[in-house]
Ligand binder design. Sequence first.
Ligand SMILES: [Zn+2]
Length: 269
Amino acid sequence: MTRQPQRQFDLLPFPSQAQRLKAVAPRRALRVATEEDGEEQARQLLELKIAAHVQGGQLALSMTDNRYTMISVKRKKGLFRLRLHHMFLEAGPDVVLALGRYVSLNDRTASQTLGRFIDINQRKIRRARPTKPQLVSLSTVGEHFDLQVLYDDLNRRYFEGRIEARITWGQRAPGGARMKRRNSIKMGSYSVEDRLIRIHPSLDRAFVPQMVVEWILFHEMLHQKHDIPLIGGRRRFHTPAFLNEEATFEHFELASRWEQQNLDLLLHY
Ligand SMILES: [Zn+2]
């Protein structure tokens, strides 16, 4: 959930090692976490891990969903531009090492290791389609809001009833757990594979206006409607078309202002 997509990394195509380390470090600023955060953090982490095995140049990693090219590397003036399929986000240490050696030395053993990894994962990707919905126990009735009621109403008002998603409150803090102050919070999420919307239980509280819960829900429902294009090897969850449509929510201004003004309360959960 976001109103301000994080763009600062786009401005630093080849960050120095120091900048990269800083970018990975937890951020102090209080904020709403976004879908882009997870992807970008995973990419940065993988880049750092591979860079540890790269000799003779800097590494610039981007992730792709290319169906035919799983790895490509361009070597030029001390810079290795490596493009990897998303499957490599799950690579273990041996594969990470092989990537480093392949990039800097074009090592034959490394290339065989990578070939095997790609074979295994391509088979997995093929087998995984069509995906079975993950078994999740859904709870839509909260203490203050019934998500199913809000969802059905939004679906009728904004989507002609065309959204087909399951919906649930996220996991609650165990009973008796003390509230803590978080640095960031993800208000909602949408899983494409499971067609599942999760809403953070921090929103199921008396001080939260219904229009705010609706807005978060509306945002996640839009994720089913809108494509998630890959731009520069990165997924763009909040395209201009997405943001334009999000702004059509009846209480968009009010709800986003309320969220900004009450972020501190929401982060206490
Ligand atoms: Zn989003």
